[in-house]
Write a protein of this length. Structure first.
Length: 209
């Protein structure tokens, strides 16, 4: 697909693409509207900064790599989240992702929004993983205390209700991301937005494909 001006696919071979919203491995338990394949798209500026983070990981510890859960997110996907929230019968993943909240609360607190910074193209959800040096196709995520998209206090970046190791790993990720121009959303340890994003007032709706 030809992307709009200012956007690129994340094609650095060191970086792992999870892209959970293109699969059933997410809090809705199905592929999300607007995602047709597992790929990550970012603004040129956000991609350049992300690669700089990976460069630093290379020098920090051999085998440490970024794993991307989500990057650019079309408005269609955000609308799909909102429509899902209005179905009180669909609670398939409640126990795993939002055990302490009802769906409407996820919006009130800010875990999910009717608009998303992801749609501006410079926000990324990510973690750090460690590749097996003997078999690079295999990897293990660093312990961050909760899974991606766990909606609860333990996912707050500064939470002390996770292990000391998880707190240390969150600090590592946060330090590297902030050093390279990203700002964390305190509610979610995985969520970062480029401070000097190129499209601060534009929400895009081209598909992830």
């Amino acid at each position: 697909m030809i992307l709009p001006s200012g956007f690129s696919y994340v094609d650095d071979p060191r970086i792992i693409h999870s892209v959970d919203y293109a699969s059933s491995h997410n809090f809705i338990d199905r592929p999300i509207a607007g995602y047709t394949r597992k790929c990550c798209i970012l603004s040129h500026e956000a991609l350049k900064a992300l690669v700089a983070v990976q460069d630093e990981l290379d020098t920090y510890q051999k085998g440490y790599v970024l794993k991307l859960f989500d990057c650019y997110r079309p408005k269609t996907a955000v609308a799909d989240f909102e429509q899902w929230s209005q179905d009180p019968q669909d609670l398939k993943e409640k126990a795993h992702y939002y055990p302490d909240f009802e769906k409407p609360e996820l919006f009130k607190i800010g875990y999910i929004g009717s608009v998303s910074s992801h749609s501006r193209g410079s926000t990324v959800d990510l973690t750090i993983a460690v590749r097996d040096l003997k078999d690079p196709a295999q990897y293990t995520e660093l312990d961050m205390g909760t899974p991606f998209d766990f909606f609860g206090e333990k996912s707050n970046t500064g939470s002390t209700n996770v292990s000391a190791i998880a707190q240390k790993n969150r600090c590592l990720l946060k330090g590297l991301m902030e050093k390279n121009g990203f700002e964390n959303l305190p509610l979610e340890w995985w969520h970062y937005t480029l401070v000097n994003e190129p499209f601060p007032d534009t929400y895009f709706d081209f598909p992830v494909q």
